[in-house]
Ligand binder design. Structure first.
Ligand code: PEP
Ligand code: CO
Length: 474
């Protein structure tokens, strides 16, 4: 594994606990503070889930993406659930991300960084602290790390033991993913792993299978040419991420490691700050400014260029490439207007930012039956507009962030398979935000790959240009 020079160090007046002196939004209130202390004490002694080498390797790759040399694909559930910590669900999440990345490699002709929204995505920001049903008011559900979704007082009361259960499930998930990858799950010599299963009849299946075949042919050609097996082809890097929301949990896994300066959050490779917790003077920005991981920052339509520059100054004062990814989620209706001033200000100041579009979170709608959904066309629209707008501003779209699943759920509307609002109730499983299903996610990747391929293509030379009159004139 590649390592890079260590450029990180601890910023002034920062400690893993200095966030406690600031206002921390979206934190649960535990009825028994002693029980919380005990759970955190245990968490602080348990081994890390990831290593600083992996984290520095990812930062190096993200720096390459910010220069246009790689492309970032980040995706997974809005919120992981403890019940889904089982082999089929984990394997199908890994498979969809690998398949999408294969498509993006083909289209973009650059290496893809794969980051799962998993192995720790167990805490959620909520718009209200409580929920009322039939006159009963209880704390809202904040993710399996904090409480349980069932509407009883016992389930909804924040329980610190769940922090340990979340850590354990994160460890089980990451262990299985590492084993699958080491065992050749991503090996292109085995096309049976790359099949489309239940989406094989989709209108885009043929295009995808052609890609897999082409890659297989090129692989065999190279092996015939060199007379050796390209063993490393099954060695893909895979990284984890989650919203760094529960600051006591994040703090307990924040460590120093031998022979490196600085502090690492060793619960995940790539933690991000959510749209609701990015106040410049708040506890989350205080915590994040001190860790050495590459980090993401969600950026909604309310961010002014001045506020964006202040956040960059707080989170990446050394202007280290790869350190900071802006995960912009502006909405299909706002992106055309909101993105150019942000991109222009950042470019003018010479700041190194990786632009990654989350086309999900500002395109959420509620149907007339009260079901939360997202429209495929709006998701695609925000991506396409981001791609064009950033290019026109002299920057570039360096990544995408999706909420998706490898299953055949009906949560988002649209796509080639034509999921309608009436279909939503057929298999609506998410406890929070609606996700692209397997087929919709693959289609999204194919359309994005086409966009990347088109803009990679050089303009036709005068000799190549077709000068014949339109066919109707012949
Ligand atoms: C999320 O990513 O699930 C989320 C809550 O996003 P945001 O912070 O952008 O609203
Ligand atoms: Co979400």
């Amino acid at each position: 594994m590649q390592t890079t020079a260590d450029t990180s160090s601890t910023p002034e007046a920062w400690t893993p606990t200095s966030w406690q002196g600031k206002l921390a939004a979206q934190q649960p209130v535990y009825p028994d503070p002693e029980a919380l202390k005990r759970a955190l004490g245990q968490l602080g002694h348990l081994p890390p889930l990831v290593t600083s080498w992996e984290i520095e390797n990812l930062k190096h790759q993200l720096a390459e993406a910010s220069r246009g040399e790689r492309f970032l694909l980040q995706g997974g559930d809005c919120s992981e659930s403890f019940d889904d910590c089982e082999s089929a669900a984990i394997a199908s999440k890994l498979k969809i991300l690998l398949q999408m990345s294969l498509v993006l490699v083909q289209g973009g002709k650059k290496r893809v960084i794969r980051i799962g929204r998993f192995a720790g995505q167990y805490a959620k920001p909520r718009s209200a602290d409580t929920e009322t049903r039939a006159g009963v008011t209880l704390p809202c559900y904040r993710g399996d790390m904090i409480n349980r979704a069932e509407f009883t007082l016992a389930d909804r009361t924040p329980n610190p033991e769940l922090l340990l259960r979340a850590y354990e499930r994160s460890g089980l998930t990451i262990n299985f993913i590492r084993s699958l990858i080491e065992g050749g799950f991503a090996d292109l010599h085995h096309p049976e792993n790359w099949g489309l299963g239940f989406v094989a009849n989709s209108p885009h299946a043929a295009e995808y299978m052609r890609m897999v075949e082409t890659i297989g042919d090129s692989l065999r050609f190279m092996e015939t040419l060199t007379g050796s097996v390209l063993a490393d082809i099954n060695r893909v890097d895979f990284f984890t991420s989650h919203e760094g929301l529960h600051l006591y949990y994040e703090q307990a896994q924040t460590r120093q490691v031998p022979r490196r300066s600085g502090w690492y959050n060793l619960s995940t490779h790539f933690p991000w700050v959510g749209e609701r917790t990015r106040a410049l003077d708040g506890a989350h920005i205080e915590y994040f400014r001190g860790i050495s991981n590459p980090i993401g920052l969600k950026i909604g339509p309310g961010v002014t260029p001045e506020a964006a520059l202040e956040l960059i100054e707080a989170l990446n004062p050394q202007n280290e490439p790869g350190r900071l990814t802006f995960i912009h989620r502006l909405g299909a209706n706002c992106v055309e207007k909101c993105l150019p001033p942000l991109a222009a200000a950042i470019r003018r100041e010479g700041k190194h930012i990786l632009w990654c579009c989350d086309p999900m979170h500002a395109n959420t709608e509620t149907t007339k039956d009260g079901i939360k959904t997202r429209h495929f066309d709006k998701i695609l629209g925000e991506l396409e507009t981001s791609y064009r707008v950033l290019r026109d501003c002299g920057a570039h779209l360096g990544g995408v962030h999706f909420e998706l699943t490898g299953d055949n759920v009906t949560e988002c509307v649209g796509g080639a398979s034509g999921v309608t609002e009436a279909d939503l109730s057929r298999d609506y499983r998410t406890s929070l935000d609606p996700r692209l299903n397997y087929e919709q996610a693959m289609e999204m990747a194919l359309l994005l790959a086409r966009l990347m391929a088109q803009s990679n293509r050089p303009p036709p030379s005068p000799a190549q240009r077709d000068t014949r009159p339109p066919s109707g004139d012949m």
